[in-house]
Design a protein around this ligand. Structure first.
Ligand code: ZN
Length: 409
């Protein structure tokens, strides 16, 4: 009985710690113990105890006490301490592979990207390469006192919850048991679809300290559209990625916008990806075909001709815009989510273009009189899927803090 009671107390404490950490990460400003107690509904006594645990393990630090009113006791702001917990994100994409290490305070600790054309690449070779890169990085992290909370892996395809890659057409990979790779087993990697991971990277406070108001707020709903050679997506509801019954939801790139349109890699005709995917646009413009159409020189040539006003390229881009709009109209009608965030190549589109696309979507959705569509770009700097994969790794600490804190000291 005593053992049972102990287990229940630990479970409760673990849950409470997780809630406290989540509230801290989601707040733009540092919170005091009293504010945390109020926000979580926990008593001040419980909060003091939980905060001591976090302070003792150096996950949280105290700032300078501030007196807020003439008679009030000074309150000490608490904030996340960097340099203690981190998550590793790994990504394999058509344009290369790499990793990123993310600190709980939101800082990028390390990042490495090997640019390469990975179409039809040997998976065993890629994962062995990543394993080698990461072993050196893990040693460095240990030397600096970091605990790796977990590792996420972003892949451009359908991935099951137990680490099976059903297919990644643009890599030419099919039916791959990811657990067969040393790296995946050694780091107990959580693999997922790159668009899901990229959407997670946009969620403020998901696993790192929220720095500012951000593009979307914690707990918000939006549709993320990833655009590159492939077009994918993720539907986020109430701050959670809606993965579907088998984990495969959000494949927006394979919504057909023309039943007799060009053939898509998925075997269907007229998919958005067959109009607006990077390789498809290069092919439709007659610049290159096959593997060459997926390469960097081909898209550079495409962009160069677009800027010079080459009518064929301009036509391809305009057609792609209509395809993207048609897809977005269907998505808004289907999900009743009013915010769409564009990531990848299409996030580079000119502001005027995005504005016009938003207007066209707005005019065509069924609930156009009631719903205002927002079309945002995710920014062109960060590799969102890589960031999201690292956040998925780090989130393992937030979900089970006691599992890590007990092994620190
Ligand atoms: Zn398709």
């Amino acid at each position: 009985m005593a053992a049972m009671k102990r287990i229940n107390q630990d479970d409760l404490r673990n849950h409470n710690l997780s809630v406290v950490l989540s509230v801290m990460l989601g707040s733009v400003t540092p919170l005091s113990r009293a504010e945390l107690a109020k926000a979580t509904g926990l008593t001040k006594a419980t909060m003091s105890l939980l905060v001591s645990l976090l302070l003792d393990s150096h996950v949280v630090k105290e700032g300078t006490p501030v007196v807020q009113s003439a008679y009030g006791r000074p309150s000490t702001p608490l904030s996340v301490n960097g340099g203690v917990m981190c998550g590793i994100g790994i990504q394999v994409n058509t344009d290369g592979y790499g990793y990123l290490v993310l600190d709980l305070d939101g800082a990028i600790v390390a990042e490495r990207w090997i640019a390469a054309d990975l179409h039809d690449a040997d998976a065993q070779e890629i994962f062995a390469g990543l394993d080698g890169l990461l072993q050196g990085q893990e040693r460095l992290l240990r030397d600096h006192g970091y605990t790796v909370a977990g590792t996420g892996l972003a892949l451009p395809g359908l991935v099951t919850g137990d680490g099976h890659l059903i297919m990644a057409r643009n890599l030419g990979w099919e039916d791959l048991d990811l657990n067969g790779f040393d790296l995946v087993r050694r780091l107990d990697v959580a693999a997922g679809n790159e668009s899901d991971m990229a959407a997670i990277a946009l969620l403020p406070g998901y696993a790192t300290q929220r720095a500012d108001e951000g593009l979307v707020s914690p707990g918000s709903s939006f549709v993320y559209v990833s655009t590159d050679i492939g077009i994918g997506g993720a539907v986020v509801r109430g701050g959670r990625v809606s993965r579907g019954e088998h984990g495969f939801a959000g494949e927006l790139g394979h919504l057909s916008v023309q039943m007799d349109g060009p053939l898509c890699v998925c075997g269907r005709r007229g998919c958005v990806e067959a109009f607006a995917g990077r390789r498809s646009m290069v092919e439709l413009a007659g610049i290159a075909t096959g593997d060459a159409a997926a390469g960097v020189p081909a898209i550079e040539e495409f962009m160069d001709r677009f800027r010079r006003g080459d009518p064929r390229v301009v036509g391809v881009v305009e057609q792609a815009e209509r395809a993207m709009e048609s897809m977005m109209v269907s998505v808004v009608n289907l999900t009743d989510v009013d915010t769409i965030v564009l990531g990848g190549g299409w996030a580079h589109a000119a502001t005027d273009t995005l504005r016009a696309m938003r207007r066209h979507v707005q005019e065509r959705i069924l609930a156009r009189d009631k719903v205002q569509v927002r079309l945002l770009d995710a920014g062109t700097q960060a590799r969102h899927a890589l960031m999201g994969a690292a956040a998925v790794g780090l989130r393992q600490f937030i979900d089970n803090p006691l599992g890590y804190l007990q092994s620190t000291d």
